[in-house]
Design a protein around this ligand. Structure first.
Ligand code: 77M
Ligand code: MG
Length: 214
């Protein structure tokens, strides 16, 4: 049977990227998505904004919701300080299987814990299962209608601390209107919108950066 797009993306990484070189993995995926087949990675333009926020936070404990093929996982993990950890959640088993191999090709498997399952099930188990106290940085890139319930769940589970930075992808396209309305009006967050474009296109999209103030 015909291969899937994530499988073809992985082949492009194995063909064009150097093992243990995260930057070559990132550019191999960006080349594949620009010149072969579009895919829903955060991409190079929004990726640069992601990089600058991760570098500024320098998180010891980071969370990503929505791994997909591991592109943003690699972008984040490569910037983490020694001993830091990134937990990334993916609902779709096929995506998770590809992401595991992309993360390994980049040589970042030691800093990344990839978990398969639903965010609603796993967030309440973060503390006891992963020994997480609070997250320093959170990247939201999963189902767009899960951003709002999941940020509320993260609050309720005490997984945010004063200064936790939450960065949300796709707040314009596909869009997360209920999340934006909540986070921009909540006294518990200071938010800024970083205008950009939908990965590999000219359509408008952007990232919303919100700092939890408690
Ligand atoms: O796809 C999912 C949900 S997780 C992916 C969330 N991400 C997106 O949906 C997403 C979408 C777009 C985008 C797509 C089409 C456009 F025309 C424009 C924009 C861009 C992004 O940057 C995104 O992050 C899933 C899960 C479990 C399953 O079993 C399953 O079959 C599917
Ligand atoms: Mg996205």
């Amino acid at each position: 049977t015909r291969s899937t797009r994530p499988q073809r993306m992985l082949k492009a990484v194995q063909k064009n990227a150097t093992r243990g070189d995260p930057l070559s993995v990132i550019s191999a995926i960006d080349r594949f998505c620009r010149h072969s087949e579009w895919a829903m990675n955060v991409g190079d333009e929004k990726g640069t904004i992601l990089d600058s926020v991760v570098s500024e936070v320098n998180p010891a404990m980071a969370l990503e919701l929505g791994t997909y093929c591991g592109y943003s996982t690699v972008r984040i993990a490569r910037l983490l300080p020694p001993g830091a950890r990134l937990v990334t959640l993916e609902f779709n088993g096929d995506y998770a299987a590809i992401a595991r191999q992309v993360i390994e090709w980049a040589g970042l498997e030691d800093m990344v814990q990839l978990v398969e399952g639903a965010s609603g099930d796993w967030i309440p188990r973060m503390k006891e299962h992963f020994g997480v106290k609070t997250f320093d940085f959170i990247f939201l890139d999963h189902w767009k209608d899960r951003y709002l319930p999941d940020i509320k769940l993260l609050e309720e589970c005490g997984l945010l601390r004063k200064g936790t930075v939450v960065l949300a992808d796709n707040v314009i396209c596909p869009g997360t209107p209920d999340y934006l309305e909540y986070i921009r009006n909540s006294p518990s967050y200071e938010s800024n919108y970083f205008r950009s474009h939908l990965e590999y296109t000219k359509a408008e999209d952007g990232l919303e950066k919100s700092v939890y103030v408690g």
